[in-house]
Design a protein around this ligand. Structure first.
Ligand code: PGA
Length: 251
């Protein structure tokens, strides 16, 4: 068994938070975060990024989306350069809620990943199948097509500067996580797909699992060979639960 990669645990606050709730979160998290032996990212709503700044250190700051464009007449969009300007190091792209609720295609997600890298951000690229697709036996085909579009745009080396996140749509916010074996199967297939283009980038690529990760299931999920951490939604809203999940990623 080869040595695992340094774990990465990312909080996805989604559309939650307020100035006072975020300050409370930071006050509960930061004093207990010094001993964490994994990399930690907090992806907050756009409007709070500036205020959060470096206040969550040692956690780094991330956004939840980025425009595929650079600047100009794109009302409501936020560019990668703007995110970098306010202190973001990371950005989630292709979350299933963006794909489903905002119609983001594989091509748009790939373009966003490319823009993120050009702006100096590390993309956390999400892939995942719906329940219907899983039950139709199409999981591998779906996630492999999603990954292929991103690899075409940024290559294995670009992807490995960020991270890949496998998030089965049926496990997000449902309390129903993929079993460690189900997740490992998909993670292994995703890494193999990257390895066919670049074995060394694939070996270093961090592949996160997301979908109802909780303190109670994190250790078993993170102990799988190809699971290098997690993308945490609901449980990240509680600093105590998020810290417990980060502690489970000490490998
Ligand atoms: P969840 O969300 O942990 O609430 O299932 C994960 C995600 O959507 O990133």
């Amino acid at each position: 068994m080869t040595a695992k990669r340094r774990a990465l645990v990312a909080a996805n606050w989604k559309m939650n938070g307020s100035l006072s709730a975020n300050a409370d979160w930071a006050a509960a998290f930061v004093p207990k975060a010094a001993d964490l032996r994994c990399d930690v990212v907090v992806c907050a709503p756009f409007v709070y990024l500036c205020t959060l700044g470096r206040s969550l250190a040692p956690a780094e700051l991330g956004a939840q989306d980025v425009s595929e464009r650079t600047a100009g007449a794109f009302t409501g969009d936020v560019s990668g350069e703007m995110l970098a300007d306010v202190g973001c190091r990371w950005v989630i792209v292709g979350h299933s809620e963006r794909r489903q609720l905002h119609g983001e295609s594989d091509a748009v997600v790939a373009a966003k990943a490319a823009r993120a890298l050009q702006a100096g951000l590390r993309p956390i690229v999400c892939v995942g199948e719906t329940l219907e697709q899983r039950e139709a036996g199409r999981t591998d085909a779906v996630v492999s097509a999603q990954l292929a579009a991103v690899l075409d745009a940024i290559g294995p080396e670009g992807l490995s500067r960020g991270a890949l996140a496998y998030e089965p749509v049926w496990a997000i916010g449902t309390g129903r996580n993929a079993t460690p074996a189900q997740a490992q199967d998909v993670h292994g297939a995703l890494r193999a797909q990257v390895a066919r283009q670049d074995p060394s980038a694939a070996a270093g690529l961090r592949i996160l699992y997301g979908g109802s990760v909780k303190p109670a299931n994190a250790v078993e999920l993170f102990s799988q060979q190809d699971i290098d951490g997690g993308l945490i939604g609901g449980a990240s809203l509680s600093p105590a639960d998020f810290l417990a999940i980060c502690a489970a990623a000490r490998i």
